[in-house]
Ligand binder design. Structure first.
Ligand code: MV4
Length: 493
């Protein structure tokens, strides 16, 4: 096994990866920006090195600085986490050139999946269902119209180099098509340096369901659980669950086998995710994410498989230790992404110092975070504070458990989206498992959030005044005392 691994990321995911390393007896190297010098992840590592100023373009995206640290420290492999350099084929290539193992798929696989037209091609060839649309890039408005007439409006123009919701335009009628085509091409050209676009039938109100896969370097591949990721806002997922409420053993087998077909078609190695749109009983290939995903933890909870551990073992050249028939989905897991943002102010980021912090705990609760009391959330990076995951045998129990965990969670000093999550856990459509990618607007969740914020404000005011009083005993508190303060108030009434 590797003796030393460099983690080219920050925050909770850096810690998540280093936890797996520690369990495997691998020593860890962190790289950090000036903003993260005293961050928890840098302290968790066996060694930590400064790679540049706070802006990620000068630190976490600085390939050569990271490779230099790997070489100087003798790290044999680099884990990129998610975001930053995780899906950058040039970085994977640079690692390959330097003889450093990139813990992820080969650079050519990352590059191929980066081209959505190429990915779509491969899927069609492999017999995986794709949304009706064009086979190749479309330039000519006449040709675009012909296709659009054939598949029927509305259609979606997508940038080949896009993905994750960037560079798409819905077109409702023939009149809009030519202008939208040229504007999307122009946008794609300046954003990605590649103006090629393709056209798909616009699937209205779909669900977003994805399949986690694992593939070793010996040709063995399995699918783990599916995940429901429909509750998102502007392509930022907020709540995920495993399995999807609509999943049946038959559908899981169909989608899982399609995902493995996808992986085989492209020579996939390591962990990956195949995204699908689901609508009215049909599913369609969307894209492949060639990285570890934020929401991998819920799949770990329902399968018992440590995905990061498997990634490292696969990169080392080990064979998967299990076959498809060994994978059993047990119970139900839900993740709420706890972000420092204000859901009542258009989810605006709320950076700043966390003055009091205590995360939830107890049965079936997992919290992955990189923060603590006194930690300052930097405006330079994304606003995720932690991932709160729960597991229970039944979905209904998992929802009750999440609601309970959210009740326990205390963050003072920055605004968080905890009230948003509470509102969703109590929403009847969510409880029925009835959601699409338009859930937040359709269910008017923000109105429910206002009610939660109002109800919680009394509790918050008590806590805040206790903090202001600087009473040592009270000041030492976190959630346990929050419950205590709350109780004291109740008995006073
Ligand atoms: C679509 C679609 C409807 N029809 N493609 C958004 C992210 C990118 N991966 C593809 N996306 C979509 N592609 C067709 N043909 C709707 C979306 C979409 C979406 C997909 C998943 C999760 C949330 C979404 C929110 C808006 C649009």
């Amino acid at each position: 096994m590797f003796k030393k691994v460099l983690v080219a990321n920050r925050g909770e995911i850096a810690i998540r990866v280093m936890r797996a390393c520690r369990e495997l007896g691998i020593s860890t190297v962190a790289v950090c920006s000036e903003a993260d010098k005293s961050a928890l992840f840098a302290k968790y590592a066996d060694e930590a090195y400064l790679i540049g100023p706070a802006p990620s373009s000068q630190s976490y995206l600085n390939m050569e600085a990271i490779i230099e640290v790997a070489k100087n420290t003798g790290a044999e492999a680099i884990h990129p986490g998610y975001g930053f350099l995780s899906e950058n084929p040039a970085f994977a290539k640079r690692c390959e050139e330097e003889g450093i193992i990139f813990i992820g798929p080969p650079s050519n696989v990352i590059a191929e999946m980066g081209s959505k037209i190429r990915a779509r091609h491969l899927m069609m060839k492999a017999g995986v269902p794709v949304v009706p649309g064009t086979k190749d890039a479309v330039e000519d408005p006449e040709e675009a119209m012909e296709i659009a007439e054939k598949i029927g409006y509305p259609v979606l123009i997508k940038a080949s180099a896009g993905g994750g919701g960037i560079g798409m335009k819905v077109v409702h009628s023939r009149e809009e098509l030519a202008t939208s085509l040229s504007s999307t091409r122009q946008m794609a050209g300046s954003a990605f340096g590649d103006s090629s676009v393709f056209i798909e039938k616009y699937v209205e109100e779909p669900r977003h369901i994805e399949i986690q896969i694992l593939a070793d370097s010996h040709g063995n591949m399995v699918y783990l659980s599916d995940r429901e990721c429909s509750i998102q806002r502007r392509h930022q997922k907020l709540i995920e669950e495993a399995p999807s409420p609509i999943m049946t053993p038959e559908l899981r087998k169909q989608m899982g086998e399609a995902a493995v077909k996808v992986a085989k078609a492209i020579g996939y190695v390591n962990a990956g995710t195949v995204e699908f749109l689901y609508s009215k009983g049909n599913f369609y290939f969307l894209e492949v994410n060639t990285r570890l995903q934020v929401e991998h933890g819920i799949t770990e909870m329902v399968t018992g498989i440590d995905i990061v551990r498997e990634q490292i073992r696969i990169a080392w050249g080990d064979k998967l230790g299990f076959e498809q028939e060994d994978i059993v989905i047990d119970g139900h897991a839900i993740e709420c992404r706890i972000n420092a943002e204000d859901p009542l102010n258009d989810f605006a980021p709320s950076p700043g110092k966390i003055r009091r912090y205590r995360s939830a705990g107890g049965p079936g609760v997992r919290v992955d975070s990189g923060v603590h009391t006194g930690y300052t959330i930097s405006p330079y990076y994304d606003s995720m504070i932690s991932k709160l995951c729960v597991w229970s045998r039944k979905r209904e129990e998992a929802i009750a458990r999440m609601d309970r965990a959210l009740y326990e969670y205390v963050v003072v000093g920055v605004k968080t989206n905890i009230p948003f999550h509470k509102a969703v856990m109590r929403n009847p459509a969510f409880r029925r498992g009835d959601m699409t990618t338009s859930f937040i607007e359709e269910e008017n969740i923000l109105e429910a959030v206002e009610h939660v914020v109002k109800a919680d404000s009394e509790k918050g005011a008590t806590l805040a005044s206790a903090l202001e009083a600087k009473d040592k005993k009270v000041a030492a508190i976190t959630a346990a005392v929050h419950a205590y303060v709350n109780m004291a108030q109740k008995t006073q009434r």
